[in-house]
Ligand binder design. Structure first.
Ligand SMILES: *Cc1c(COP(=O)(O)O)cnc(C)c1O
Length: 468
């Protein structure tokens, strides 16, 4: 399988190359040249496969020559063996139409483990083939950082530098990052910075020749294609349980960077019968405005109880626009340059009509989010987190055909956001025993001023140059 950039001019890469690259050199994102397809008989034959085997079957066409099927399956066994539930992404029924897909049974209690546990192994596998070192630089509002650090801590030939806005992540989220004491892990708390500031510093580093000449800078944010690929699997796993390929299923997805829901789009392109994808946002609603009115314009970020959705530029939306606009990289490049200059753009008619065929969008405000948490607790005995609650709200008001099951993606464990859950239900969710002594462990974190030079200087001093 070949990977092309959404902006049309960067060199094509194979899967190994796309996994180790961050942004494409033309500023675009890598996508497979075409979507592999499974027919109904092939999908039906996947019923009942254990998760790791199913994962290898679905991902194999994307991985191509970069790994044998046996090796891919072995990596999946290792990655998903670390989950606390045998089904990896178990399904829970809420009422006659609504279901929850629980994606938080990994080591750091959010769905990002599903992709990052595998990505950590892929990095190690590919780096072992040559004498290269990888320097991962990422920004986090909490969940990506902890999942990425857990996935690469102690691995050979990888250093990770994770930037977070000081004081703006929850205690659980911070401790999940700072209590990992492996020498290849560097937590940087940026003084006076927002998540967007951290993200801007990371993007600048990808384009800083002084850094990229010396270091191979890699990405763990969802601009990395391998993350999205791993997320396609659970759409298949769940739809198969609910009767696919003979029955259509809808999904409601709490959305920030459009990575998780784009994986659902990929599953549909691969032949999975998905009736609708509901794109749920909080009040940071750029995606809602884009999908409902064609207006993709950046507002200011409002802090909410669902911080991982507090995003005003949704990187992976570019991958959808590329596909819906006839995969014309040069046209998209011009469209994105306009957005970068003015912070606003209109979708083309082709993009709007293409999106309307599959996506519905809904935004949840603070009251609607809290109401959904309360409803899940009072009617179903389930404690859900604020991100999941935005999507459950969207699922319940979407007005879909009652015969179509709607699966809400439960993206984080309620105990990651105990205050909001307690406010809504009076119940304080407890941390699962697998993260038990988190509050007793020693923390290690470096405080820096939130400037590019401070961060680049720190990384340059400690990272291992690319050829070792
Ligand atoms: C990252 C995250 C999201 C948003 O996912 P995207 O792929 O960025 O759209 C939603 N919920 C939780 C809990 C997250 O950590």
């Amino acid at each position: 399988m070949e990977y092309v950039s959404t902006r049309g001019t960067a060199p094509t890469l194979d899967f190994e190359g796309a996994t180790l690259a961050g942004l494409a050199s033309d500023g675009g994102l890598y996508v497979p040249r075409e979507w592999p397809r499974f027919d109904a008989a092939e999908i039906a034959a996947m019923r009942g496969l254990p998760y790791a085997k199913l994962a290898a079957r679905i991902m194999q066409p994307f991985v191509g020559e970069s790994l044998t099927l046996d090796r891919l399956e072995a990596l999946c066994e290792t990655a998903y063996g670390r989950f606390s539930h045998d089904a990896v992404t178990p399904l829970v029924q809420l009422d006659g139409q609504n279901w929850l897909m629980e994606l938080f049974h990994g080591p750091t209690l959010a769905f990002k483990d599903v992709a990052l546990q595998l990505l950590g192994l892929l990095f190690e596998e590919f780096l072992a083939r040559s004498d290269r070192n990888l320097t991962i630089v990422g920004a986090t509002s909490g969940d990506t950082g902890s999942a990425a650090i857990d996935a690469v801590a102690g691995r050979a030939k990888v250093d990770i530098f994770m930037l977070h806005p000081k004081g703006r992540v929850s205690d659980v989220q911070r401790r999940q990052m700072t209590t990992v004491l492996a020498p290849n892990v560097h937590n940087l708390a940026l003084e006076g910075a927002s998540f967007d500031d951290c993200q801007a510093i990371v993007k600048r580093m990808f384009n800083d020749r002084a850094m990229t000449d010396r270091f191979a800078i890699g990405a763990v944010n969802s601009i990395n294609w391998a993350r999205l690929m791993a997320q396609v699997v659970y759409y298949f796993a769940t739809a198969l349980q609910l009767g696919a390929p003979d029955r259509e299923v809808a999904f409601s997805v709490p959305t920030g960077n459009f990575g998780d829901v784009f994986a659902g789009y990929v599953a549909q392109q691969m032949g999975l019968p998905i009736a609708r994808l509901i794109v749920a946002t909080n009040v940071n609603d750029i995606l809602y405005r884009a999908l409902a009115f064609g207006d993709y314009s950046q507002g200011t970020v409002t802090a909410t109880a669902s911080p991982s959705m507090d995003i005003q530029v949704s990187s992976n939306f570019e991958r959808l626009l590329f596909d819906l606009g006839g995969r014309d990289g040069l046209a998209l490049s011009a469209q994105m340059a306009g957005f970068e200059a003015t912070k606003a753009m209109q979708l083309t008619n082709a993009q709007r009509e293409g999106a309307a065929g599959l996506f519905t969008s809904c935004r949840a405000d603070a009251d609607q989010m809290a109401h959904a948490i309360r409803w899940a607790w009072e009617h179903c005995g389930e404690l859900i987190d604020p991100h999941t609650a935005c999507a459950l709200h969207a699922a319940r008001v979407a007005g879909l055909d009652p015969a179509v099951p709607i699966v809400t993606l439960a993206t984080a464990h309620a105990a990651k956001f105990p205050e909001a859950v307690e406010r809504a239900t009076g119940q304080r969710p407890g941390l699962p025993s697998r993260v038990g002594d988190l509050f007793e462990r020693e923390e290690r974190c470096v405080g820096l001023t939130g400037t590019y030079d401070a961060v680049a200087g720190f990384v340059a001093e400690r990272a291992t140059p690319k050829a070792g």
